[in-house]
Ligand binder design. Sequence first.
Ligand code: P6P
Length: 335
Amino acid sequence: HAADAKRTDLMTITRFVLNEQSKHPGSRGDFTILLNHIVLGCKFVCSAVNKAGLAKLIGLAGDTNVQGEEQKKLDVLSNEVFIKALVSSGRTSILVSEEDEEATFVEPSKRGKYCVVFDPLDGSSNIDCGVSIGTIFGIYMVKDGEPTINDVLQPGKNMLAAGYCMYGSSCMFVLSTGSGVNGFTLDPSLGEFILTHPDIKIPRKGKIYSVNEGNAKNWDAPTAKYVENCKFPKDGSPAKSLRYVGSMVADVHRTLLYGGIFMYPADKKSPNGKLRVLYEVFPMSFLMEQAGGQAFTGKQRALDLVPTKIHERSPIFLGSYDDVEEIKALYAAKE
Ligand code: P6P
């Protein structure tokens, strides 16, 4: 009967968030409404990504985004879907998207108390070869008064929630609202995200390191030393395995479930690394800490960083607590 109970107790993401909301008496359900609109956007993108090959959505839209990368049609589509969904939720005041150079300030009649920072389709350069890609988002509360850009230039530790949706062999939505991490899998026959990974905890130490070794010639000494130790452990322990997809959501999701460390270090060419603080580094760091891991920039705890520009980058080392401790020790020794 337990199996039956499990099968029939459909804990959807909406029910889950409503349960969470009930723990905050007096909350008017604004966050639940906001999250439902994010989930709606993810369902749409999931369907578009799965049909991309068939619907000829693949290929370049001709334009280039603020990052100077060729914008693929799915990028453009996903960004439009999320902007429209978030504005129509009536619960947001400022939106920051990887695809838009400037922040979107929602018109006063539709304003709400949240700011959402997001990458609508991270890893999109992998669309054509069928590698998993994803949406990454973080949610801040606006400060009082007229919304300004400072409402989104807050340290990651001020986020109320963060999560990602991975479009891969299955569509998985991973979310934290500040009390642990939970994973939901889309059941296409129901069109609902069902709780499949309750209370995710990352292993304290892992056997995998994840980095683009092609940048090795440009790494600084602590990073080079750490990777060397992964491949040739000094204490006679087995070498770590290298797993690198090149799509952040895929690499972080594996790290969260299996343990280990994911890195995008600084290098001589890019002193701040490649990944964006607001909508890549912060949400993934938030999730890692909530799952019992940690996230480090090479200088400080990632969530303590205070951004000054909405598309600013930072180096990032995140994952299993003990693995990140090792790289922190190497950077501290360098000081
Ligand atoms: P590289 C994808 O373009 C992305 O933004 C992240 O999803 C991914 O982790 C990273 O860049 C990969 O970068 O330089 O290793 O190809």
